[in-house]
Design a protein around this ligand. Structure first.
Ligand code: DX5
Ligand code: ZN
Length: 218
C-alpha cells in the first residue's frame, strides 16, 4: 500500500486567515492541504475558487493543494485551478460523462488526477480503465456539501473493493474521519486521510495528524 498522507481540510479553518492556517498545518506535519471547492450547483454551498487558491499558493509556495472539486462541469475549471497552483484535481464521477478525457486534460496541465465517489455511488462506477488512468481515488464517507458531518461507515467496503483492484493507487477517504474512525478506513486500504474538524478542532493538531498517520502506517 502507498504511504500515509494526511490532508487537513481547510473547510474547518478560519477562512479569514487561510495562508496562516495552511502554514500552521504544514508545521504540524500535514503532507497535503485539502481544498474543498463547492460551486452551489453540484452541492448547495459555495466555498472558494481559483483566485483564493492562487493567493494561498503565493503565501505558502511549498503547499500541495489537494483540490476536491464539488462542481458541476468539472472540465471548466481545470485551467484556472492549474494556473492557481493546484497539485491534484479531484472531480466527482457523478459530475461528468467523459471521465477519461477529463483525466487526460488534468494531467496535460501538470496536475495529478483524482476521481471521487459520493456515498450513493458504487465503486463499480470507477471502471478498471478509469482507475488505472487516475492517480487517486476518493471515497466520500459523508454526503459532499459541508464539514462536520457524521462518518458513514457503510461507505468503507468501497475502499476495500478499490484497494483490491488498484493496489498501488492513492485511495483517499473524506468526511467525518477522526482518530476514532480512521482505523476502519486504514484497514480497508485507504492511505490518504482527509480530516477537517478532527484536526482544526483539536487543541493539538500535530498530535491529531500524528495519530491519523500512525493508524495508516501501522
Ligand atoms: C465535505 C468535504 C470534506 C469535509 C471534511 O463536503 O468534502 O472535505 O470538509 O470535513 P470533516 O472532517 O469535518 O468531516
Ligand atoms: Zn473534501
Amino acid at each position: 500500500m502507498p504511504k500515509a498522507i494526511i490532508s487537513p481540510s481547510v473547510l474547518a479553518s478560519d477562512f479569514g486567515q487561510l495562508s496562516a492556517e495552511c502554514k500552521r498545518m504544514i508545521k504540524s506535519g500535514a503532507d497535503w492541504l485539502h481544498m474543498d471547492i463547492m460551486d452551489g450547483h453540484f452541492v448547495p454551498n459555495i466555498t472558494m475558487g481559483a483566485p483564493i487558491l492562487s493567493c494561498i499558493k503565493k503565501g505558502v509556495p511549498e503547499i500541495f493543494m489537494d483540490c476536491h472539486m464539488m462542481v458541476a462541469q468539472p472540465e471548466k475549471w481545470v485551467d484556472d485551478i492549474a494556473d492557481a497552483g493546484g497539485a491534484l484535481y479531484c472531480f466527482h464521477i457523478e459530475a461528468t460523462d467523459s471521465p477519461l478525457p477529463l483525466i487526460a486534460q488534468i494531467k496535460a496541465r501538470g496536475m495529478k488526477a483524482g476521481v471521487a465517489v459520493s456515498p450513493d455511488t458504487t465503486s463499480a462506477a470507477i471502471t478498471d480503465e478509469i482507475g488505472e488512468a487516475a492517480d487517486m481515488l476518493l471515497v466520500m464517507t459523508v454526503y459532499p456539501g459541508r464539514g462536520g458531518q457524521k462518518f458513514i461507515e457503510r461507505c468503507v467496503p468501497k475502499v476495500a473493493e478499490l484497494r483490491s483492484r488498484f493496489p498501488n493507487k492513492d485511495i483517499e477517504v473524506d468526511g467525518g474521519v477522526s482518530p476514532a474512525t480512521v482505523g476502519v478506513c486504514a484497514d480497508a486500504g485507504s492511505n490518504v486521510i482527509v480530516a477537517g474538524t478532527a484536526i482544526f478542532g483539536s487543541k493539538d493538531p500535530g498530535q491529531a495528524i500524528k495519530s491519523l498517520k500512525e493508524a495508516v502506517d501501522l
